[in-house]
Design a protein around this ligand. Structure first.
Ligand code: ADP
Ligand code: MG
Length: 697
């Protein structure tokens, strides 16, 4: 049979160099890839929808008479002229708006004509309308036939129109009918669930024929889709497992773990490890004892005590003569880790160095020398750690804190600092809970430990939702709390991703609060401050010289001020639930009763209110992440890993949960000896040669 991956798309009629280049932008270079470029959705031009039954948001074909046609003027905007049509088909009225039109079009769209148009219906000021629908004027007595099949809508790119894409797709499907396509999956596996062959499945999805298919497809339940979703999930899992296998074949330092140093550290801590911390430390130590690279993800809710677990992981590595690099996502957090590790490690005679972006000139040179010579054993920093001028002497362990903040590129860059032929062990820490179901396809390359217990004596943070209209009262209670020796965070958020705007908002709030709260010492910290300045502000707050700290979400991770007991978050609806939970974790660290106050706008929608209720009613990061996942989807919850490294084309990690077990089984089946070719084909179809999967690391 034909090997479609050997045939370049340019062998199709009508595909010249320019179209070829556009297809390449979609990741489509050969015919196999084009076949797997599947529709996002379908448009129904097989029937006419009566206006009377049109729903807002529905994309539909309608046919109606033009009752009125005329030019109207908008007051603002560049194109002021607007062509407005009023239509009726006897079941209801519909307005059409055109902003771009020429005289000929206007002449054809005249009163009394019959029009057929396809577009999205919207409800505007009490009336249904469509803006710039596709249309044609038809003969009301003898209208042209309707489409026989649904019209597929493909993912596309600038300058490549649906019509063009559909045309070459039809051509390719014709060829497919003549020449056939090799099955990728074992036939027995397909039979079990009555799945269609790959050829049938592609034909159905590109060109669904009967009503039953169409209904199933629209509900994402068609066997053709299910087959492909399971394939795609398996492909991701297999690629991660293969990556894991490649890394496992490399050498890491074999660490002799004894408790001479860890014992001293534990004695100096001033608290006892929780059982969960002890268990996770033991799991890490077990990994370090073997020459196989550790690749372990440690998840623990905010405040579960991940830092000390990291410190206990580090000690035996340093003792064996290797270095450890700890990478944190923000300077505030790196600085705080540095202080902790310094106080713990210097007593043991170990050299701790921090390296920040702001370290320049002589100071930086000196630190880099210490790192290169091995005099610095524990190195803590931000992404400054993997800049070209940094050379490690003998890097044995890499720890990445709050991994969801880093991209894969940054992690790889740090790995590039390894010794020749010696892969560092890797420990990744996160507060973002990973529901089991997701771990299967997104974290299959990592071992997983969970700190599922908080240190004793923590009381739940009481959370309430407060409207802006109550702001005056709120400020009054802040004054009272501060004058009684309590400490308060006030967090400003903004919709825009722009850090600059967020900082500005914090500055404005800071000034206003200073006027409203005379006599209270207020601090301000935001992302655009220099590292030293940020650190200074946090220190002032830590030592209780300021009682109120106005901040942006820079304090989201890591900041640890046990005396702070009240957190106010302005406009929390702009954040994800897990992010709010993370922020809330800044309070409730001491033994005081703590509060989190969500300051929301007055006219909060029902939907947003429901979302915030989840935060109010739950303290468990896991439950919150599950709900967040349901409400916002996997990309948001998992951050970069999901969006950057493993974005799915067909599968949806929330919708397709019931298929995960099948995907797991299929990946196991395909990884058996003898099925290498099928495996390769599966990866080519669903993952292609995306670099994340082909590189070690
Ligand atoms: P996270 O998991 O959010 O990174 P941290 O490591 O910052 O948490 O720890 C939060 C706080 O809890 C710190 O002040 C730390 O010293 C303290 N802590 C950690 N483990 C324990 C424990 N077993 N008992 C009491 N306090 C602990
Ligand atoms: Mg932490």
């Amino acid at each position: 049979m034909n090997d479609w991956s050997r045939e370049d798309v340019s062998t199709l009629k009508g595909v010249g160099p320019r179209l070829r280049e556009k297809l390449a932008r979609l990741g489509v270079q050969n015919k196999q890839q084009l076949l797997f470029h599947l529709p996002l959705r379908y448009e129904d031009r097989t029937r006419i929808t009566p206006i009377g039954s049109l729903q807002p948001g529905q994309r539909a074909l309608i046919q109606a008479d033009i009752l009125q046609s005329g030019i109207s003027f908008r007051r603002q905007g560049r194109s002021r002229r607007l062509l407005l049509l009023k239509l009726s088909d006897g079941t209801g009225f519909l307005t059409l708006r055109f902003f771009h039109f020429n005289a000929a079009q206007q002449a054809r769209l005249k009163r009394g004509s019959c029009i057929r148009c396809f577009g999205e219906a919207r409800f505007v000021m009490g009336a249904l309308e469509m803006v710039h629908p596709e249309y044609e004027i038809v003969d009301a007595d003898a209208p042209p036939p309707l489409h026989e099949n649904l019209t597929p809508v493909y993912p596309t790119t600038e300058g490549l129109h649906q019509i063009g894409l559909r045309k070459i797709m039809q051509q390719l499907l014709q060829q497919l009918s003549h020449q056939g396509l090799n099955e990728t999956l074992p036939v027995d596996w397909l039979k079990q669930d009555d799945f269609p062959s790959v050829e049938q499945a592609l034909k159905i999805l590109h060109n669904p024929q009967n009503q039953q298919d169409v209904q199933q497809i629209q509900a994402f339940k068609h066997p053709a889709q299910r087959r492909f979703i399971i394939e795609e999930l398996s492909a991701h899992r297999i690629s991660l497992l293969l990556r894991r296998k490649r890394i496992s074949s490399l050498q890491s330092p074999c660490i002799d773990v004894d408790d001479s140093l860890t014992g001293i550290l534990l004695d100096n801590l001033g608290f006892k490890l929780t059982a969960a911390q002890q268990r996770v430390v033991a799991e890490i130590h077990q990994d370090l004892r073997t020459a196989q690279p550790m690749m372990r993800l440690v998840q623990g809710d905010v405040g579960s005590g991940k830092t000390v677990v990291a410190a206990l992981a580090v000690l035996p590595v340093l003792q064996a003569g290797y270095q450890c690099a700890l990478m944190a996502p923000t300077e505030i957090l790196a600085e705080q880790h540095y202080k902790n590790f310094k106080s713990w490690f210097e007593a043991l005679g170990l050299g701790v160095v921090n390296l920040m972006g702001a370290d320049k000139g002589k100071k930086r040179q000196l630190k880099e020398q210490q790192i290169a010579s091995g005099q610095a054993q524990m190195i803590i920093g931000t992404h400054a750690l993997f800049q070209a001028s940094v050379h490690f002497n003998a890097l044995g362990l890499i720890i990445i804190d709050e991994q969801h903040r880093f991209g894969v590129e940054q992690r790889k860059a740090l790995q590039g600092k390894a010794m020749k032929n010696m892969m560092p062990h890797q420990l990744i820490m996160t507060a973002t809970p990973i529901p089991r179901t997701l771990a299967m396809s997104v974290y299959a390359d990592l071992d997983y430990s969970q700190i599922d217990e908080l240190p004793p004596g923590r009381s739940p943070v009481k959370t309430s939702i407060i409207a802006q209209s109550q702001r005056g009262k709120l400020i009054e209670s802040v004054r009272k709390a501060c004058s009684e020796g309590q400490q308060v965070y006030w967090v400003c958020t903004l919709i825009e991703e722009s850090e600059a705007l967020q900082c500005e908002a914090a500055e404005v709030t800071y000034e206003t609060l200073r006027q409203q709260l005379p006599g209270i010492n207020i601090g301000l910290v935001h992302g655009r401050m220099k590292a030293v300045e940020k650190d200074q502000k946090i220190q002032l707050f830590k030592s209780a010289q300021t009682q109120l700290l106005v901040a942006t979400t820079v304090i989201e991770v890591g900041v640890d001020v046990p005396n702070a007991s009240i957190m106010i978050i302005e406009n929390p609806e702009r954040l994800g639930l897990s992010q709010i939970h993370q922020l809330r974790g800044r309070v409730g660290r001491g033994n005081k009763e703590s509060f989190c106050l969500l300051l929301v706008k007055n006219d909060l929608s029902r939907q947003v209110a429901n979302r915030l209720e989840v935060i109010r009613n739950h303290q468990d990061g896991f439950v919150i992440a599950e709900k967040d996942l349901e409400l916002r989807g996997a990309g948001e919850v998992l951050g970069t890993r999901q969006t950057g490294e493993a974005s799915f084309r067909m599968a949806d990690l929330v919708r397709d949960k019931p298929l995960f077990a099948d995907a797991e089984k299929l990946s196991e089946l395909l990884m058996q000896p003898g099925l290498e070719k099928q495996c390769e084909q599966l990866l080519a179809n669903w993952i292609g040669n995306r670099s994340e999967y082909s590189d070690v690391g």
